[in-house]
Ligand binder design. Structure first.
Ligand code: PA5
Length: 325
């Protein structure tokens, strides 16, 4: 599935997005492997008001600010995302949908909502390029992003993965996976683009390697978390591996934090390695970091002998909740 990632970005680059109203604000609704498209959109749009909403219903401010609501759900059936759409339509807000079909696909067709139907047959998290790419094209159509960076991103992902999964990201990920083996990953990144990539690392390790993983974001972690690693010593150092995600576009004040932060963290965690973003556009930089995390999660799954594809825990939980309805 990962081999198709560059093609997914290319697909999004050539997409003709549906008409959406030009908007001064966007509310991104979605959960999990679909919801991260909202985080990507917010990081790429940077100064534009793109708000990420991962949960039920509408935030109260939406009635006043009247954002364009973009709902992203690969299955089209996620109850939280559907509830946002129901409430947004009820409130008379503009709604656009990115889905692989399902109930949201049906609703969007019935109500003739602007919609992008993405190719199906993948796990939601493996449709990362389709979902984030389509979302960015909608946000571009709404006038909140000038350049999505999709072309550059496809080129960089192709280079990193290689034509036959023999690109430079593969041995880098293998080394990182070796350093993380038997440890809980703590992915440390600066605010903005790298923080979203770090969240993708965390969730990919969770779902593909079926392992715990956490993300920390600078500068916030310097105001609390560093204290938490100061006293347990080898009790945590043997079990936690820190990977830092770096970006040449990070500010000098942010860059100055990494070395002293790692010194603090090393009191209670091992340093597993560092990855630097490639490319110029925010999306290319984000994807160049994320793709290494995807590979690390797959290497960890391989080394642990687990199948990266199924997510039984999520499906069982969804079934239980549906039975309660
Ligand atoms: O990775 C997963 O399978 C989950 O995180 C799903 O993406 C999440 O449960 C939401 O489902 P959907 O992406 O179909 O809206």
């Amino acid at each position: 599935m990962l081999e198709t990632l560059a093609a997914q970005y290319r697909w999004a680059a050539t997409l003709s997005p549906p008409d959406v109203p030009r908007s001064s604000a966007v509310l991104m609704a979605g959960m999990g492997g679909s919801g991260i498209a909202g985080d990507v959109a917010a990081a790429v749009a940077n100064d534009a008001p793109v708000f990420v909403h991962k949960g039920y219903g509408l935030p109260r401010w939406a009635a006043r600010l009247r954002p364009l609501v973009i709902a992203v759900s690969y299955s089209g059936n996620t109850e939280e995302t559907r509830s946002v759409v129901d409430d947004a339509l009820e409130a008379g807000l503009d709604v656009a949908v990115v889905a692989g079909g399902g109930q949201l696909g049906v609703l969007a067709a019935e109500r003739d909502l602007p919609r992008v139907l993405v190719p199906t047959g993948l796990q939601p998290r493996a449709a990362f390029g389709y979902l984030s790419g389509a979302t960015l094209r909608l946000i571009e159509a709404a006038g909140l992003v000038d350049d999505t960076g999709l072309e550059e991103t496809a080129t960089i992902v192709t280079t990193l993965l290689g034509e036959a999964m023999d690109g430079p990201a593969v041995p880098l990920a293998d080394d990182l996976a070796e350093a993380l083996s038997g440890r809980i990953a703590l992915v440390l990144a600066g605010q903005g683009v790298p923080a979203v990539a770090a969240y993708r690392w965390k969730t990919q390790i969770n779902e593909n390697a079926k392992a715990p993983a956490f993300r920390s974001v600078l500068p916030e972690a310097d105001h609390n978390e560093i204290v938490g690693w100061s006293t347990w010593g080898s009790a945590t150092r043997n079990w936690v591996g820190v990977v830092t995600l770096r970006d040449r576009h990070e500010s000098s004040r942010l860059a100055a934090r990494f070395a002293p932060t790692l010194e603090q963290l090393e009191r209670g965690a091992s340093v597993a390695g560092e990855v630097w973003a490639q490319g110029d556009s925010p999306l290319a930089r984000l994807a160049s970091l994320a793709v290494v995390g995807d590979l690390v999660s797959l290497a960890l799954a391989r080394d642990a002998g687990v199948d990266p594809v199924p997510v039984d825990a999520i499906e069982a939980l969804k079934r239980r909740l549906t039975e309660q309805l």
